[in-house]
Structure formats: C-alpha cells, structure tokens
Write a protein that binds this ligand. Structure first.
Ligand SMILES: *[C@@H]1O[C@H](CO)[C@@H](O)[C@H](O)[C@H]1NC(C)=O
Ligand SMILES: *[C@@H]1O[C@H](CO)[C@@H](O)[C@H](O)[C@H]1NC(C)=O
Ligand SMILES: *[C@@H]1O[C@H](CO)[C@@H](O)[C@H](O)[C@H]1NC(C)=O
Ligand SMILES: *[C@@H]1O[C@H](CO)[C@@H](O)[C@H](O)[C@H]1NC(C)=O
Length: 425
C-alpha cells in the first residue's frame, strides 16, 4: 500500500542524513514507520472522505488533497478556497450562450420565446462566484472529452432540462448529418456520430423503482417508492463515464411518504409510511451504494445536482399574496433569500449523507444561486398539452409553471458549474 505523503517522512530523512542514524533516531524512525503503516488505511479513508464529500469539508482542504490525487478529466484546479456556488449574478450582454431557435432539441415546454414570452433579460446573466471566476464553457473541450464516451443524466424533468441545455451548448460543433436524438422508453440518447459519443437522459424521478416511472404517463398523486430497488433502473446506467443525478421534487408530497417493502407485484402490498426526510435519505443512500459498486473512481465522474427551487408563493419574497412567478422579470436581490419551497431539512439530509459517504460524488449545490431567479421560470410561456379553460385564461397565475426553467437560461449555468467541477475540481 502506498503511504500517504506526510511531512514527517521528509523531515525524518533530513534528520537521518545529518545525524547518521543514532540508535535513538533509528528507534523513533522505526516507530514512525510502524505507526504510519498501521494507520495508513485510516489516513487514506480520511483523505478520500474529504475529497469526495466536496463542499461539506472546507474547500481549502479539498483542493489541497486534489493536488495529490488527480480526478479523472481534471486539467487544472479552482483557486484555493473558492466556493464556486457562493456568488452573485452579473448582467452580461454576450449571453445567452446559444439561441433558442438555433437548438432544435429544446422541448416546447421550455421554449419561452417561441411561446410568446415578451422579455429577454432573463437569458443575460452570468454567475460570478465571490472568490474566483468560473472558467468559460469550452464546448470543444467538452465534446473532445466525450469522444468514445457516454455521459448520462438520471432523474426528473429538471434534470432533463439540464441535459437539453448541455446538448444545446455542444450541438453547434457537430454537422447536421452527424448527430441525432432518439428516445427509447425511459432513455433519450443524443449521439455525436463522428465522436462515437452519446449524451443521454434516463427518466427515474426517484432514482429507485416507483409507480411514476413511465416516461410518458407518470402524473400519479399517490406516489410509492420501492425500497432497495435502485438496480431496477441502475442496470441501464452501467458503463457510463460521467453521470449526473438529481432527485427532489417528486418526494415532496407532504410530510410523509409511502415506501414499498416487497415488490409492486405482491398481491398484498407491504407499505410503510415514513417521514419525507427518511424516505429521501433512503433514496440517497441507495444512490451512493450504487455508485460505489458500479462507478470506477479512477476513470469516471459522478455528480449530484441539489434541489431546484420553485417560486410558487410571492409572499416569500415580499410580493402580493396569491401571486407566484407569473409576470416576474427581475431576480431576488436579498442574498440570504431562501424560499419556502426548498426544504432546508432535505438539504441537511443531503449534507449528512454526503459527509458520511466515501462514494466519489461531486455535489453541484445550485439551490441557493437558483433561488434568486424568480424571473427564469417558464411561467405561462410553455406549450400547453390540453387547451386552457376560460377561467384559467382569465387568471394566468393559476397555470403559470414556476418549477421549470426557460432555455437558454438558468440551467446553462448549472452546466457551466458542472464544467468547472469536471475540469477544474
Ligand atoms: C478549448 O479547448 C480546446 C481543446 O482543448 C483548445 O484547443 C482551445 O484552445 C480551447 N479554447 C479556449 C478559448 O480556451
Ligand atoms: C465507441 O464508444 C464505446 C463506449 O461508449 C466503445 O465501447 C466503442 O469501442 C467505441 N467504438 C469505436 C469505434 O471507437
Ligand atoms: C405585470 O407587471 C407589470 C409591470 O411590473 C404591471 O404593470 C402589470 O400590472 C403586471 N400584471 C399583472 C397581471 O400583475
Ligand atoms: C449549499 O449552499 C448553501 C449556500 O451556499 C448552503 O447554505 C448549504 O449548506 C449548502 N449545502 C450543502 C449540503 O453543502
């Protein structure tokens, strides 16, 4: 086993040279070597824990450790101690990074301009961390890195939005006849033929098996998730080189959640009601176990995107009662803003689970920075699958979507952060 580099070994060797190994020093040295070997396993555990629990440890210790142990795909590192998720939005006329009509892969639920959104300012903001600048998104580098590889987003419709954003950020580099997007059940695959690369999305809103897994018909109000079932979907994720998970919104049905102990085929179903936090923790732990078992930390990278905030109640930001993100065109200025839709207790569960885990996952903490962006939702500017009633039309607030985000827009920043953490961890 390789010993962890420590200052004690280098300083003792210089003592050695000077003193020609006096018996006392020899004993001391032997003792140090013995202790180091004895505890090296613990040391390496501590090291990997620090490295992998990313933001929960101090950013300083993480970048120091990364110098010793390079992560796959890394080409540099973020400035010491810079938390890229803590910062502010600055106006940037060079944005958006692509045009809505130039990217044919955006679902009509997210093409806000086409659906009549009158303002455009929401597309022109750049995230500026307090401690450093984000590297600019280099589509050539990203696509070259994906050569012969498979990048996979797994989760719900918010992760699908981030997936489409990534495809839009890259597709311009690929000629028309050398790319395609196809859907096979739960799996959507974008192929860059000349690169032998795929960027994929897999629908699994709970990651585990649930009664909401149908990629098309999944609006079930009485949601049930089956305990210990991650391999049901996980078998389809094997062999991916970069995986980006998310899961949050679908767990938010109330204070309690239904967990199925046996199988969905059982005649009498054994269902336990547990707190939403415990249910979510169970899901997170299953994900981490799957990652530990199936992803090689020497060759692959895994990301987890934190809760995507929604803006359903304008009283949260001091607006009129009974309003939401509808008609909002400016962001929230209060740096400490945290909406009632983002459960702090769930963020704590995420923090706890990641801190205790040794699975190599990088946490994309996008919740706070997105919570300022009440202007960035699709609101009423999305394709409606069923015609709106006269009652709805008279009150647009009633059908505004304050969960999903227009593209181009906020989710491009999530991918810029992913880019930063992939190449400059
Ligand atoms: C983007 O990445 C490519 C491939 O690594 C590199 O050749 C190019 O110089 C980069 N462009 C910029 C603007 O950094
Ligand atoms: C294409 O990439 C896959 C991995 O995604 C690899 O197994 C295969 O060998 C590659 N094919 C070529 C022709 O490079
Ligand atoms: C929308 O916002 C504009 C400008 O802030 C305001 O004049 C208008 O009354 C608002 N519309 C509704 C329906 O609230
Ligand atoms: C994510 O970032 C926010 C704000 O920067 C912070 O309050 C929160 O604790 C972070 N979450 C985790 C799990 O690190």
């Amino acid at each position: 086993m390789k010993l962890p580099p420590s200052s004690s070994s280098s300083s003792s060797s210089s003592i050695l040279r000077k003193n020609r190994l006096s018996p006392f020093l020899f004993t001391l040295l032997a003792f140090i070597v013995f202790v180091t070997i004895l505890y090296s396993e613990d040391f390496s555990c501590i090291f990997s824990q620090l490295e992998y629990s990313s933001l929960s440890a101090s950013p300083n210790s993480i970048s120091r450790i990364n110098k010793n142990k390079k992560l796959p795909f890394a080409i540099g590192e973020t400035e010491d101690g810079c938390d890229v998720f803590s910062g502010r939005w600055v106006h940037d006329d060079s944005r958006p990074l692509y045009e809505e009509e130039e990217c044919p892969y955006i679902q009509p639920q997210l093409t806000c301009q086409k659906q009549g959104r009158p303002d455009k300012d929401y597309r022109q903001w750049r995230w500026q961390p307090h401690g450093c600048s984000l590297p600019s998104f280099n589509a050539t580098l990203m696509l070259e890195t994906l050569r012969g590889k498979r990048m996979l987003y797994v989760g719900d419709s918010l992760n699908r939005g981030q997936y489409v954003s990534m495809v839009c950020l890259l597709h311009r580099l690929i000629p028309e006849n050398a790319k395609s997007m196809e859907t096979f059940g739960s799996l959507t695959v974008f192929t860059a033929k000349d690169y032998n690369a795929t960027i994929e999305f897999y629908w699994a809103p709970f990651l585990l098996e649930s009664n909401s897994d149908d990629a098309v018909v999944h609006r079930i109000s009485d949601r049930v998730v089956r305990k210990g079932s991650i391999n049901k979907h996980g078998k389809n994720w094997k062999g991916a080189d970069i995986v980006v998970f998310n899961t949050y919104l679908w767990w938010m049905t109330g204070l309690e959640f239904k967990i199925l102990q046996g199988s969905f085929d059982d005649e009498v179903k054994d269902i336990a009601m547990v707190s939403t936090e415990d249910a979510y923790r169970m899901g997170m732990k299953s994900m981490l176990r799957w990652v530990k078992k199936n992803m090689d930390p020497k060759k692959t990278r895994v990301f987890f995107t934190s809760m995507s905030p929604s803006h359903q109640k304008s009283i949260d930001w001091g607006g009129e009662p009974n309003m939401n993100c509808y008609n909002e065109t400016t962001m929230i200025e209060d740096q400490s803003y945290w909406g009632s839709d983002s459960r702090k207790s769930i963020m704590e569960v995420i923090g706890q689970v990641f801190r205790r885990s040794k699975a190599p996952i990088t946490f994309l903490n996008i919740t706070q920075l997105s919570s300022y962006r009440k202007d960035a939702h699709t609101s009423i500017y999305k394709k409606q699958w069923s015609p709106l009633t006269a009652e709805q039309l008279a009150n647009p607030v009633s059908y505004a979507d304050c969960v999903h985000w227009c593209l181009p827009g906020l989710q491009d920043t999530w991918n810029e952060l992913l880019f930063a953490k992939l190449f400059y961890p």
